[in-house]
Write a protein that binds this ligand. Structure first.
Ligand SMILES: [Zn+2]
Length: 388
């Protein structure tokens, strides 16, 4: 009896310990591998919108004809853009680095907020300035070193707000916005997200040019501090030059702000769609069967004018000779300084989906399906409904 009780106790003790060990192990798994757990939740759930400047930092002053400066316009466009996101995608969490013109978050605080929140996208919104009032147009930047003086100048100018902080030397670990040597130590974390950053950057420039009727100055790489430290796809948008009187008037008008915010929103929507597509995993066999049936019907009635392709990547340089492209007969399209590559040419969505999966397996992780109607790019959903 005595032995049995003790044995029971022993088992109880072991069981309790085992539970504790498993519990601790699971906790370690969660703490050590949070990113994996996060990656399992695909798609875009949270974005950080960063209106440039604020508070004691007015941003650029433009021609001086208006009381409001860059900080005011950046905030107005940011809030409008965020409003459009919320209206169309209420499930997406929109976080602003500032919501008023009185706030002055430092550059470090802005990126730390985005990293802490584990946002899926970081968009910084600014207005440009130049000594020559004739300069105008929009530009979208992704993180990267640049040999071009113009790109370096604008990055240095935007980074120089760091000087407004009393203890900037400590806060930025000796980083000096005006010293070219400082840029050598710039974090390369953004390389991981370069493909996706380029993709949304290109969408924004295209929307600015086609829908907002702006002069696109293209997608460029420059070492902006605020996008260099974000652990997620990040872009910095220059919505136009406040030093150009015409553009300044446009940027100060309600219509102008709305055009730019809507263009950024449309670019976001299209980027979101491609991300969802790239991460979508159809593992439900029943669903697949159902889809096959649908596709079979569609094939019979499909109109030849609809063509599907897989976009395998957007780059800042010509990639045709890169080893990654070896053996691929990829189509190249140069838009706004970016190089886009496509494979496939089919009217069957089923076929193009298979091709996309093949491309993902080849290492083109962000590969997504695009559609054309009579050679003009259209929404995939739209293409499918036209085939019905
Ligand atoms: Zn700025």
């Amino acid at each position: 009896m005595f032995i049995v009780t003790n044995l029971n106790k022993f088992y109880q003790f072991s069981l309790l310990n085992l539970q504790r060990i498993i519990g601790a192990f699971l906790l370690i798994m969660i703490v050590v591998f949070p990113s994996q757990a996060q990656n399992a939740n695909n798609g875009i759930k949270k974005i950080v919108i960063d209106p440039g400047h604020g508070g004691k930092d007015p941003g650029n002053l433009g021609t001086g004809r208006y009381k409001e400066t860059e900080k005011h316009i950046a905030l107005d466009i940011s809030l409008l853009f965020g409003k459009y996101v919320k209206e169309s995608f209420p499930e997406i969490e929109v976080i602003y680095t500032r919501k008023t013109n009185e706030e002055y978050p430092t550059l470090i605080q802005r990126t730390e907020l985005a990293n802490r929140e584990k946002a899926d996208l970081f968009i910084s919104i600014h207005c440009d300035a130049f000594s020559n009032p004739n300069a105008y147009g929009t530009g979208v930047y992704v993180m990267g070193m640049s040999k071009l003086k113009a790109n370096m100048d604008i990055a240095m100018k935007e980074n120089s707000v760091i000087y407004l902080e009393d203890d900037y030397k400590q806060n930025y670990e000796g980083f000096d916005p005006n010293s070219p040597e400082s840029y050598i130590v710039f974090s390369l974390t953004q390389n991981t997200y370069l493909g996706q950053s380029l993709q949304i950057a290109e969408e924004v420039e295209q929307q600015f040019a086609t829908r907002a009727n702006r002069k696109s100055r293209g997608v460029k790489q420059a070492p902006f501090y605020v996008i260099s430290r974000a652990n997620m796809p990040s872009i910095l948008i220059e919505t136009g030059f406040l030093t150009n009187p015409n553009e300044e008037d446009f940027l100060h008008s309600e219509k102008g702000k709305d055009y730019l915010a809507s263009a950024i929103f449309r670019a976001f929507r299209s980027y979101k769609q491609s991300i969802n597509q790239a991460t979508l995993q159809v593992d439900n066999k029943e669903f697949k069967k159902e889809e096959k049936k649908k596709v079979a019907i569609k094939k019979i009635v499909s109109k030849p004018s609809i063509i599907f392709k897989v976009q395998i990547g957007t780059y800042l340089k010509d990639m045709k000779n890169s080893t990654k492209f070896f053996g691929l007969s990829a189509e190249e399209k140069v838009v706004n300084g970016t190089f886009k590559y496509f494979v496939g040419n089919t009217s069957s969505k089923e076929e193009v989906d298979k091709l996309r999966i093949k491309m993902v397996k080849k290492g083109f992780n962000g590969a997504f399906v695009i559609a054309f109607k009579d050679g003009i790019r259209i929404n995939v959903k739209e293409a499918l409904s036209l085939q019905k």
